[in-house]
Design a protein around this ligand. Structure first.
Ligand SMILES: *[C@@H]1O[C@H](CO)[C@@H](O)[C@H](O)[C@H]1NC(C)=O
Ligand SMILES: *[C@@H]1O[C@H](CO)[C@@H](O)[C@H](O)[C@H]1NC(C)=O
Ligand SMILES: *[C@@H]1O[C@H](CO)[C@@H](O)[C@H](O)[C@H]1NC(C)=O
Ligand SMILES: *[C@@H]1O[C@H](CO)[C@@H](O)[C@H](O)[C@H]1NC(C)=O
Ligand SMILES: *[C@@H]1O[C@H](CO)[C@@H](O)[C@H](O)[C@H]1NC(C)=O
Ligand SMILES: *[C@@H]1O[C@H](CO)[C@@H](O)[C@H](O)[C@H]1NC(C)=O
Ligand SMILES: *[C@@H]1O[C@H](CO)[C@@H](O)[C@H](O)[C@H]1NC(C)=O
Ligand SMILES: *[C@@H]1O[C@H](CO)[C@@H](O)[C@H](O)[C@H]1NC(C)=O
Ligand SMILES: *[C@@H]1O[C@H](CO)[C@@H](O)[C@H](O)[C@H]1NC(C)=O
Ligand SMILES: *[C@@H]1O[C@H](CO)[C@@H](O)[C@H](O)[C@H]1NC(C)=O
Ligand SMILES: *[C@@H]1O[C@H](CO)[C@@H](O)[C@H](O)[C@H]1NC(C)=O
Length: 582
């Protein structure tokens, strides 16, 4: 912030330069970079010890047909940190697609694509995968699913290259020795191992090594179809409120649960991911939504359960997704959620049997409040206003004894949720405000101190449909406005246990997106049609602020994009900076 005025004078120059550069770029139809605003993972990506291509595949008509290949660890290469660099190109017309990268039965990375434009797009994104170290140092079947439709209408393919970059940062890592799947374990059939809920079975039986020292479960979960925008769903009793459309049900509240032998061990009140076709496609060119290229996983330290889990018998770990149900409090959800989990296990090399006291759990039922109001017009419902709030806290504690002594281990969470919606104009106009926030705490590696992570994910938007009478075929326009943020202060449990030296500094991230756009379609010009085209009535403006502070230093960026193509104005790109701290 101190450098703001200092750098201000350079801003105009920089801005003009960038705009000019982009004009020139488009004059020769160069592909457009569609980017996610994110701090770089390192001060520089130069100096890798070695690198290799992990996936190179063009996803065309790839529905149900994943890429399958083999990964071999690098030979004669000293490394500690591993970063995957994805590079994707696409041109033509297509939807956003979900991509899932598996190493065997373990999901390593879940992402969505940007929507292409006719003249082509590209993006690069880097993900630190060091926590998967044990997989990275052994031979693996690589399976990447990216279900794409490719025909005379949907002409965009996704050409994907993932390169592994190996860096020797001279750090003594303590990675998990074993990573066990909570998945369908379908790699032998050359399929991705994602579990579809609520129809699939989210449970796995696991026999833990008797000398497990620490265990953490990481879960990926995202909604599709009637669950893609779960936060704008309504109570099931309200789905038939309007005469012309049915709303999606099971409430706008979702909880992704991890159960151990039937008991709730931890929960996520998920980040409201918005894919690049979401709300209004013009909002996401060329700045894509927060976390689009790397859907967030969440981590549950199950170490307080080790006294129970290390008894040499099978234990059931299950992932569930539930919604609020006015009659039974928590119940099933619509179709569908794609989930998978990874159980990271650290071994006590000097011990043969971990023992522990029974888990002391504080697990009160969640607390919900909900209310609704209707207005009617000519005997039909004209608007539905609804409010839902929720709170939950839980904690699990036990004394666990390994070869290094006895430790008190705790995992606790405190979560809250609020959702306000107003469906009006017989459901064609919608406004929404929603927020999940909370804290998660786990016990330090060194002593009984609790490390607290906190997050807040507010989102609000309005979408109004103009000319809605027959919105499938005749001229329709959607007018949208959006504002959302993600704020977090975290010591990710897996990174912390994998690299105790550097991962102790909490990463503090605050980012906000604000945008508006109109989106036109009819029966010949539809689904974004591969371009923002203000002449036809599809446009968008998105502005994003990003700041982060962590082990590497501070980083900030403020960008604005108007109508995708031109002009793209990088407001104060001069503020992009990483400061290496000593
Ligand atoms: C990622 O890959 C793309 C395509 O090869 C390349 O242009 C880019 O420089 C790479 N990024 C990093 C950080 O290596
Ligand atoms: C896909 O990308 C790779 C790597 O950049 C390139 O070698 C290949 O030609 C591309 N394939 C197509 C069909 O464009
Ligand atoms: C109005 O909405 C309520 C609640 O969803 C529903 O029970 C009722 O049948 C609706 N009325 C009409 C006329 O559709
Ligand atoms: C309700 O919707 C149906 C089907 O769209 C339509 O035929 C009917 O006229 C509508 N009812 C009223 C009262 O508008
Ligand atoms: C809404 O659902 C009811 C039954 O649940 C069905 O009869 C009706 O056709 C649906 N209406 C629309 C507009 O999809
Ligand atoms: C819902 O929206 C309608 C239309 O904009 C408005 O008249 C009504 O006051 C809103 N309801 C609430 C409770 O805000
Ligand atoms: C619905 O939204 C449109 C466009 O913003 C607006 O003109 C109209 O008044 C709204 N209708 C209601 C009932 O709020
Ligand atoms: C616990 O360990 C951390 C990390 O080594 C240290 O910063 C902290 O002061 C310790 N707390 C106590 C109460 O010893
Ligand atoms: C759609 O809008 C265009 C331009 O306003 C008009 O020429 C055309 O007739 C409209 N089509 C329909 C089916 O209403
Ligand atoms: C759909 O919109 C496009 C762009 O305005 C126009 O060229 C086309 O004629 C429209 N189709 C119909 C059926 O209105
Ligand atoms: C987008 O188009 C609409 C309708 O043509 C217009 O009212 C609005 O100002 C445009 N917005 C931007 C950001 O260009």
């Amino acid at each position: 912030m101190v450098c703001y005025f200092f750098q201000h004078s350079k801003m105009l120059l920089h801005l003009v330069f960038l705009a000019l550069q982009l004009h020139l770029a488009f004059a020769d139809d160069s592909p457009l970079e569609v980017f996610q605003v994110e701090a770089p993972l390192r001060a520089t990506y130069e100096g890798a010890s070695c690198q290799q291509v992990v996936v190179q595949h063009e996803f065309a008509a790839s529905y149900g047909t994943p890429y399958v290949g083999t990964y071999s660890p690098p030979k004669d290469c000293e490394f500690s940190t591993t970063i995957f660099n994805i590079s994707v190109t696409s041109s033509g017309i297509n939807y956003d697609r979900l991509g899932l990268l598996y190493f065997g039965d373990i999901e390593v990375w879940r992402m969505t694509t940007a929507m292409p434009v006719r003249t082509g797009i590209f993006w690069n994104y880097q993900k630190d995968v060091t926590v998967f170290d044990t997989l990275i140092r052994s031979e693996q079947t690589v399976i990447m699913g990216l279900d794409n439709i490719y025909n005379s209408v949907f002409t965009g393919t996704y050409n994907v290259t993932i390169t592994a970059l190996y860096f020797n940062d001279g750090e003594a890592l303590t990675p998990a020795e074993m990573i066990l799947p909570i998945s369908t374990e379908s790699s032998c059939d050359n399929k991705i191992s994602v579990i579809s809920l609520p129809d699939g079975d989210g449970a796995t039986s696991i026999v833990f090594p008797r000398n497990t020292e620490r265990a953490v479960v990481s879960i990926l979960a995202s909604g599709n179809g009637a669950e893609e925008f779960w936060y704008r769903n309504v109570l099931t009793e309200h789905i038939n409120t309007f005469n012309n459309t049915n709303l999606s049900g099971y409430s706008p509240f979702r909880e992704v649960q991890l159960l151990i032998d039937g008991e709730l061990a931890g929960a996520s009140w998920p980040f409201p991911i918005v894919f690049t076709g979401g709300i209004s496609p013009g909002l996401w060119v060329p700045i894509v939504g927060i976390k689009t290229y790397d859907l967030p996983s969440f981590e549950i330290d199950i170490s307080p359960w080790l006294g129970v889990l290390c008894d040499g018998t099978e234990h059931k770990l299950e992932i569930k997704v539930v919604g609020y149900d006015s009659e039974t409090t928590l119940g099933t959800v619509g179709s569908n959620w794609w989930v998978s989990g990874s159980v990271f296990v650290w071994i006590d090399h000097h011990g043969s049997q971990t023992i522990g006291t029974p888990v002391t759990s504080n697990l009160p039922p969640p607390d919900f409040h909900s209310s609704s109001q209707f207005t009617t017009d000519f005997g039909l419902n004209a608007s539905l206003w609804s409010e839902l709030t929720a709170r939950r806290s839980l904690s699990h504690t036990s004394s666990v004894t390994t070869s290094t002594g006895t430790r008190q281990l705790t995992f606790s969470q405190d979560l809250s949720y609020g959702n306000l919606q107003n469906y009006s104009a017989s459901s064609f106009n919608k406004t929404l405000w929603s927020q999940s926030k909370g804290t998660t705490s786990f016990t330090s590696f060194f002593n009984d101190t609790l490390i607290e992570n906190s997050f807040a994910y507010p989102i609000s938007f309005t979408t109004d449909l103009i000319n809605p009478e027959d919105f499938q075929t005749t001229n329709s326009t959607l007018v949208a406005w959006l504002e959302r943020s993600a704020q977090s202060s975290t010591v990710p449990i897996l990174s912390y246990l994998t690299n105790q030296a550097s991962a102790q500094v909490p990463g503090v991230v605050t980012t906000r997106q604000k945008g508006s756009g109109t989106y036109f379609w009819n029966n010949t010009y539809y689904e974004f049609a591969g371009a923002i085209d203000p002449a036809i009535g599809t446009n968008g403006t998105t502005e994003q602020w990003y700041s982060s502070k962590g082990f590497l230093g501070e980083y900030g960026r403020h960008v604005q994009a108007v109508d995708g193509y031109e002009p793209v104005l990088i407001l104060d790109g001069e503020h992009d900076h990483v400061i290496q701290m000593t």
